[in-house]
Design a protein around this ligand. Structure first.
Ligand SMILES: Cc1cc2nc3c(=O)[nH]c(=O)nc-3n(C[C@H](O)[C@H](O)[C@H](O)COP(=O)(O)O)c2cc1C
Length: 388
């Protein structure tokens, strides 16, 4: 079919910047569990404003998460449950941007691979080859129960996800109709057209953190999305290297490792810490933190419950990601250390994305460019024009 691309030339995830950056969760309220006044809300105007700002500044990734129900039981109106559909979000954002990779996130138990193949191929066309897919096995029991699909036992979740992804990739790549008879899917004369533009197929990101999840990501993902479980750069290097070496040694694959970080940037460290306390302690959404910890402790094998209790402030600040707190200089230094530890990319969340992006782009982005971690955006646009 015409228009298919040799490789992934328009997808900046494979571009030259040493430290790639993106925004995470603007299809919902981001990742902070807070009731602070002025926190981000996923109105379509806000989605477009944040996506366009990130895109114009050369960010590589705009990543939607997938959530069907908030964490707080019996509270359908809780802000944590107001989430735009990640596929439709990705299509709309693709239309409004021209550079960044747009990520849909797919819960394998909630969508048939045929539908996922068709929708992702369509978004790849809308974006001219900038789609990426974050695949998750699902962990939050109440949301899967709404589908009448009980949460599978942990290992089986990943077996299901592997078969789901296998079928999806066949639909993305195979020209002829095919039959598939597996443990979870039965497909007769399966086909899907159009194919995605990217060859061999759009990139996959996976955020499994358990032993089984890590194995799955090493075998199947182009990008492993990890939570760094320490504040010590030496530990970061070990954790990141463990993912990369495992994929290389077990499966002969080169993968990227990304993480995500809530950012609090202010003119002084004191101000940044005061704001963190203000939104993550004083205005902590305790119900939501409690429910998240209880759900994650029960369902996931990746993080131990005691560590999660210690991380309470981290979780309120942004779901437990590596926090970037302080002045522009301090945050730049931390980002340089993360890159030095082997990190390929990082997704940011802010309590107020619009304010956060403005501060970051004005004061940190130029420093990342000066340090050679990123190319200036004008170079990027020149390059795109030259290769067009
Ligand atoms: C950065 C990051 C993003 C994630 N995004 C989602 C998501 O959008 N939807 C979801 O249900 N789970 C999401 N998860 C949860 C993971 O898919 C996974 O279930 C969790 O990390 C537990 O790992 P395990 O399944 O290997 O035990 C995310 C996890 C991380 C670390």
């Amino acid at each position: 079919m015409s228009g298919r691309q040799d490789g992934r030339p328009n997808n900046p995830l494979f571009g030259p910047n040493r430290l790639k950056i993106g925004i995470f969760g603007t299809n919902g309220k981001g990742s902070a569990h807070t009731r602070v006044p002025g926190h981000y809300k996923p109105s379509w105007d806000n989605v477009l404003a944040t996506a366009r700002t990130a895109d114009a500044a050369g960010y590589e990734a705009i990543v939607a998460y997938a959530r069907w129900k908030g964490y707080v039981e019996g509270r359908p109106d809780h802000p944590g449950g107001i989430i735009l559909d990640p596929y439709i979000f990705a299509a709309g954002v693709a239309q409004a941007t021209s550079h960044a990779a747009v990520f849909a996130t797919s819960h394998a138990p909630t969508i048939h691979p045929l539908l996922a193949a068709k929708q992702t191929a369509t978004i790849d066309h809308v974006s001219n080859g900038r789609l990426a897919l974050n695949v998750v096995a699902g962990w939050n029991k109440p949301e899967l129960e709404m589908f009448g699909a009980p949460l599978k036992e942990h290992t089986e979740r990943y077996e299901h996800l592997a078969e789901w992804l296998h079928v999806l990739r066949r639909l993305w790549t195979e020209v002829d109709e095919f039959d598939h008879a597996g443990a979870f899917f039965s497909i007769k004369r399966g086909m899907s057209m159009p194919k995605p533009l990217q060859l061999p197929c759009p990139p996959i990101m996976c955020a499994g953190s358990s032993e089984v999840g890590r194995r799955f990501a090493g075998e199947h993902a182009d990008i492993c999305f990890v939570l760094l479980q320490s504040e010590d750069p030496a530990d970061w290097a070990r954790q990141i290297d463990a993912y990369k070496s495992f994929a290389r040694e077990e499966f002969g694959r080169e993968i990227q490792v990304w993480t995500y970080a809530p950012v609090v940037q202010r003119d002084t460290l004191k101000e940044a810490q005061a704001y963190l306390d203000y939104f993550a302690v004083e205005h902590e959404d305790s119900e939501s933190v409690d429910a998240w910890i209880a759900g994650a402790a029960q369902q996931s094998r990746g993080l131990d419950p005691e560590a999660m209790r210690r991380m309470r402030k981290n979780i309120a600040a942004g779901g437990g990601g590596t926090r970037l707190i302080g002045t522009a200089d301090m945050i730049t230094e931390q980002l340089a250390q993360l890159s030095e530890a082997g990190l390929d990319g990082i997704l940011f969340t802010w309590v107020d994305f619009i304010d956060g992006l403005a501060r970051f782009n004005a004061e940190i982005l130029p420093q990342l460019e000066n340090r050679g971690l990123r190319q200036p955006v004008r170079d990027l646009t020149t390059q795109t024009r030259e290769t067009a």
